[in-house]
Design a protein around this ligand. Structure first.
Ligand SMILES: [Zn+2]
Ligand SMILES: [Zn+2]
Length: 203
C-alpha cells in the first residue's frame, strides 16, 4: 500500500508549516481518541450493561458490580480486551490515515480507558477529590437510585446528549448501609463532610 504522504514532495514535507500541521493532526487525533473512549464508555455501559435483554460478556460482570459494588471484573480480562480492540482499531485506522496519526488516536483512546478504570475504582474505594464529588454522586445515583440514568462515569456529557441525565446537585444520594464504603463512613455514621451529599439507607 502506498503511504498517504508518499505523493508529497520531500521539499514540502521538510517545510516547518508541514511539520506544524502534522503535529496538529497528531494532537487532534489524540483528543478524538480520548473523546471516543468517553462515548464508548457510555454505549458499553448503557446498552451492553443494562438495556440488552440477552446475555453478553459485559452484562454478567456488570451485574455483579451492581449487586456487590466492591466487585470489579478481573484486570487480565480487561487488559486482553483492550489489547485486542486497540490492535484491530489501529489496523483499520492506519488503512486510511498516516500510521502515527492512527497511533495517536489509539493512545488517546486506551489512555482514557485507563483513566476511566482508575476513576471508577476510586469512586468506590478511595477518598473523593472534593472538586470531583459531583461525578461520584452522578455514578452512585446510577447504582442506587436508577440504573437507567447517569451511565457516564468520567463525564456527564453523553447522558445529557442522549437524555439519560439526572442532575444530582440537589439530591442526597442514598447508599445502602450494607454497601457503604470506608471513605464515606466513620463507624456506623456518615462522615460530616459528606452529609447533604450522601445518606445511608437500610440497616
Ligand atoms: Zn460503579
Ligand atoms: Zn451500571
Amino acid at each position: 500500500m502506498m503511504h498517504p504522504f508518499a505523493p508529497i514532495h520531500p521539499l514540502i514535507i521538510n517545510k516547518p508549516i508541514f511539520k506544524t500541521l502534522y503535529l496538529m493532526f497528531i494532537l487532534l487525533a489524540l483528543s478524538l481518541g480520548i473523546a471516543f473512549w468517553t462515548f464508548t464508555e457510555y454505549v458499553l455501559h448503557r446498552f451492553l450493561g443494562h438495556e440488552h435483554k440477552g446475555k453478553n460478556f459485559f452484562k454478567a460482570e456488570h451485574a455483579v458490580h451492581h449487586s456487590k459494588a466492591n466487585y470489579f471484573a478481573p484486570a487480565y480480562k480487561k487488559a486482553v480486551a483492550a489489547l485486542v480492540v486497540s490492535a484491530v482499531l489501529l489496523g483499520i485506522l492506519s488503512l486510511i490515515l498516516p500510521f502515527y496519526v492512527s497511533l495517536a488516536f489509539i493512545v488517546g483512546f486506551v489512555g482514557m480507558y485507563g483513566v476511566y478504570e482508575a476513576t471508577h475504582f476510586r469512586y468506590h474505594a478511595a477518598n473523593p477529590v472534593p472538586a470531583l464529588l459531583f461525578l461520584r454522586k452522578h455514578h452512585f445515583y446510577h447504582h442506587f437510585h436508577n440504573p437507567r440514568k447517569n451511565h457516564g462515569v468520567t463525564t456527564r456529557f453523553w447522558d445529557r446528549v442522549f437524555g439519560t441525565y439526572h442532575p444530582v446537585r440537589e439530591t442526597t444520594v442514598r447508599i445502602p448501609r450494607a454497601m457503604s464504603m470506608r471513605w464515606l463512613v466513620d463507624g456506623d455514621e456518615i462522615k460530616d463532610r459528606y452529609v447533604g451529599h450522601f445518606k445511608l439507607s437500610g440497616r
